[in-house]
Design a protein. Structure first.
Length: 532
């Protein structure tokens, strides 16, 4: 893999992570706008299958948000929202730390399993049992996540691989545990019910769901405080931005990685306790990993991994998750279709980071300005004509190079026939041909690397456009002479030169357009200020 491909992959990976962890995107308004656009597109696309089956889009979407807030549903809705917020915050911690914690389902399940077992076997007062179970759940989730952190820190096992494997390992282990007589219900496939004193009360008149929500907000504020004001929070964010820079700054990357994963797992673990011991009140029959923990990755993406942002993203997602089956009945939409709608909403909501730079109004303004500007129109015509000329020139060169290569091939075959009986001479000819090919490959490799280094420097703004053009011309001339000197095949060299020439012309026009637009905006701003 050459330098150019490596650079593109690394650059793409860093861009994705920086957008997910939200550190590169500073403006709250831009994050909010991106999230709203993603949600709206999800709902618009989701309307298509509803209409296709003859459902009522307005009734479906209205009921989607109103049904979960009705008095007989409100306690369950508040609890589910709390669970989703905690899941989003937990996953967001790993994203902010530059880690992909795909092990949320496993951490969620393990914590829920331990607290459910406690709830079945023990019977304490709520004042003791609830804090104890929260602590146990956090510890269980932290230990499971820390295993992946240790594998990443000391053995460089990617956290995506390790967490997925751990998910299924713990899934089958817990499934086996809940087949035991002491936990399994004698009449159903699920476990026995958790004792009422070992769980929150979610009945109609109870205020305990709001205690769950208050605990959730407290955890969110603590995580926000850690990231905003503590040294450990700074280390986690630094680790997420650049591991090499973190290492040079004297921060222990290994310890930070393990603790980041542990903290992520701890918050997810608390969500697991609330879901299994309270929301479900028992461990249901395990047929698959909990989908809610997977889908809550959307909450972290929608909130750009911000703990406070997860409150709003989690509330939205909790309402949708709870409301979608209720809305299906009112909107006269089949179950399969409503699940498709939910999937589309989740999918587009997860794309929120991609809409950060989406500015349709500005794009339209620039296109109108470009169309009206006579100067830019002339420059575009010149650029288009120059591209056409380059293409004609390149086609002529390709034909000449092909003829030259054919002539060289014929010459080589003639030499082989001429010295057919002379083994020594034949060996010399073959060796010379192989040497020429080897030199060609080496020169081509060096030329490509030098060109790519200049491109990288230009992207990083270490050199300006003029310096880039001068360096490119110097390198092209240098290697053209080398190709000529060694009588090498110039086909690939000319192809790359042609590509760079086209790219340079187009980039020059884009820069002219950008400069002209900025000057136009300054002019308008100045005239407005003068008018005042």
């Amino acid at each position: 893999m050459n330098l150019k491909i490596n650079d593109k992959i690394n650059s793409f990976g860093k861009t994705i992570l920086s957008n997910i962890n939200g550190e590169k995107s500073k403006g709250i308004f831009h994050k909010f706008k991106a999230s709203i656009i993603a949600i709206l597109i999800g709902f618009l696309i989701g309307a298509i299958p509803i209409l296709a089956v003859g459902g009522n889009v307005f009734s479906t979407y209205t009921e989607l948000f109103l049904a979960p807030l009705k008095s007989f549903q409100i306690n369950m809705t508040v609890t589910l929202i709390s669970i989703v917020i905690l899941l989003g915050v937990g996953i967001g911690i790993s994203f902010k730390s530059g880690l992909f914690n795909i092990g949320a389902p496993g951490q969620f399940l393990v914590a829920g399993a331990f607290t459910t077992m406690m709830g079945i076997q023990l019977n304490m007062s709520k004042g003791i049992s609830i804090p104890l179970m929260i602590l146990v759940a956090a510890l269980a989730g932290a230990i499971v996540a820390a295993i992946a952190g240790i594998l990443k820190a000391f053995f460089n096992v990617h956290e995506v691989v390790s967490t997925i494997l751990l998910n299924w390992t713990f899934f089958y282990f817990i499934k086996w545990i809940f087949k035991m007589k002491k936990f399994k219900s004698p009449t159903m496939e699920s476990s026995k019910n958790v004792h009422e004193s070992m769980q929150f009360d979610l009945t109609f008149n109870s205020m305990e769901p709001w205690i769950i929500f208050a605990i959730t907000i407290l955890i969110v504020v603590i995580i926000w405080f850690i990231f905003r004001f503590t040294t450990f929070g700074f280390k986690m964010k630094a680790n997420g931005m650049s591991k090499s820079a973190t290492k040079y700054a004297g921060i222990n990357v290994k310890v930070t990685t393990i603790l980041s994963m542990a903290l992520s797992g701890a918050v997810i673990g608390v969500a697991g306790f609330i879901y299994y011991s309270t929301y479900q009140g028992m461990m249901p029959e395990l047929t698959d990993l909990p989908p809610l923990a997977f889908e809550s990755i959307t909450v972290a993406l929608l909130a750009f991994s911000s703990p406070l942002g997860c409150i709003f993203a989690g509330t939205f997602y909790g309402l949708v998750y709870k409301g979608i089956p209720l809305a299906a009945v009112v909107g006269n939409v089949p179950g399969e279709t409503i699940n498709l709608v939910l999937g589309l909403i989740i999918f587009f909501a997860a794309l929120a980071p991609l809409f950060m730079k989406f500015k349709p109004y500005l794009w339209i303004q620039i296109k109108i300005y470009e169309y009206k500007s006579e100067e830019l129109s002339n420059k575009k015509i010149k650029m288009t004509n120059a591209v056409k000329e380059l293409k004609k020139e390149n086609n002529i060169k390709k034909k000449l190079i092909k003829e030259k290569n054919n002539a060289q091939s014929i010459r080589y075959k003639e030499l082989l026939l001429k010295y057919k009986g002379d083994n020594k001479k034949l060996q010399e000819i073959v060796f010379e041909e192989k040497l020429v090919k080897y030199i060609k490959r080496q020169i081509q490799k060096e030329w490509t690397n030098e060109i790519n280094i200049i491109s990288v420097k230009f992207k990083k703004k270490e050199i300006d456009l003029l310096e880039k053009d001068i360096l490119l011309k110097t390198i092209n001339l240098k290697y053209k002479n080398l190709f000529s000197e060694h009588k090498l095949d110039e086909e690939k060299h000319e192809k790359e030169t042609f590509k760079f020439a086209i790219r340079t012309l187009k980039n020059n026009y884009k820069l002219d357009l950008q400069d002209s637009w900025e000057a136009h905006r300054v002019k308008i701003k100045t005239s407005k200020q003068g008018g005042k």
